[in-house]
Design a protein around this ligand. Structure first.
Ligand SMILES: Nc1ncnc2c1ncn2[C@@H]1O[C@H](COP(=O)(O)OP(=O)(O)O)[C@@H](O)[C@H]1O
Ligand SMILES: [Mg+2]
Length: 244
């Protein structure tokens, strides 16, 4: 894989950026700094997960800015440093390339806009800019607000089945990484460390992870509109992916 068509490479000091040439008001490494957007009064919201995800506006475009952070015990020591300096192998560029490929295949994922790698000695920090799925909310918020119909559960399953048919292993398939938009269409986000794999045990591992996520959130939020029969609806849809 290499830099996708339509992206330019910008080198600025310790930074290497890949930016979509026709989508941004400026082609600069500053785009990856929350302070750049704050100074322009262009922050439209934030979401807090492992780190802060910034929602920003660039002209007519709604974007999402994310800094790569480590999880787990190791992450407490080195919060956001990664080894290796080959841009094409960095977390941000890999996710950008994968998003571009999936978009080209018509899979429902955010639009890739830019990636940055910042050298720090033999390590790097990384950031990603993607299109915001406007009017979309994550599945947890949706299920807290009300139940989904059997057809909607099947549609989510079918959507996951399309990714699997394309060989995409989503290693963090959980309820926060599935979004539903106003039209009821479902989307997948958060493809750090994900990639294309030959068929194997990973498809079932993805589904098992999603089921655990649903069960865990149900324990945390007993009012959430999820019951075990909904899982059967989802897996029914999964077995019959609708190829659009
Ligand atoms: N492209 C996007 N469009 C709309 N909302 C998004 C998008 N990317 C992230 N979000 C929202 O921000 C939350 C956190 O983003 P995510 O990229 O999954 O970061 P993390 O899981 O590392 O906290 C998501 O659960 C979702 O609600
Ligand atoms: Mg996430």
């Amino acid at each position: 894989m290499s830099r996708p068509a339509g992206f330019v490479e910008i080198r600025q000091g310790a930074d290497i950026c890949w930016l979509r040439e026709d989508a941004l008001s400026t082609l600069s490494s500053d785009l990856f700094e929350p302070s750049f957007w704050q100074a322009r009064n262009a922050v439209t919201g934030t979401a807090t997960g492992r780190g802060i995800t910034w929602f920003v506006r660039d002209g007519e475009r709604e974007l999402v800015l994310r800094h790569y952070r480590r999880g787990g015990l190791f992450g407490r020591l080195v919060k956001d440093l990664y080894a290796g300096l080959n841009p094409g192998n960095s977390r941000a560029m890999r996710e950008l390339m994968l998003l571009a490929e999936m978009r080209a295949q018509g899979l429902p994922v955010p639009e890739p806009i830019g990636a940055r790698l910042r050298r720090v000695g033999p390590f790097y920090r990384a950031d990603l800019l993607i299109g915001r799925i406007t009017s979309a909310t994550d599945l947890l918020a949706i299920l807290q607000a009300g139940p989904l119909s059997a057809g909607q559960w099947q549609q989510i399953g079918s959507m996951i089945g399309r990714f699997h048919a394309a060989g995409i292993d989503h290693t963090d398939l959980n309820i926060h990484n599935i979004l539903l938009d106003r039209d009821g269409q479902s989307w997948l986000i958060d493809f750090d460390k994900c990639g294309r794999r030959a068929p194997g045990g990973w498809q079932q591992a993805n589904l098992a992870r999603l089921l655990r996520s649903l069960e865990k959130e149900k324990r945390l939020h007993p009012g959430m509109h999820w019951e075990p029969p909904h899982w059967t609806m989802l897996t029914d849809g999964y077995r019959r992916p609708v190829i659009k």
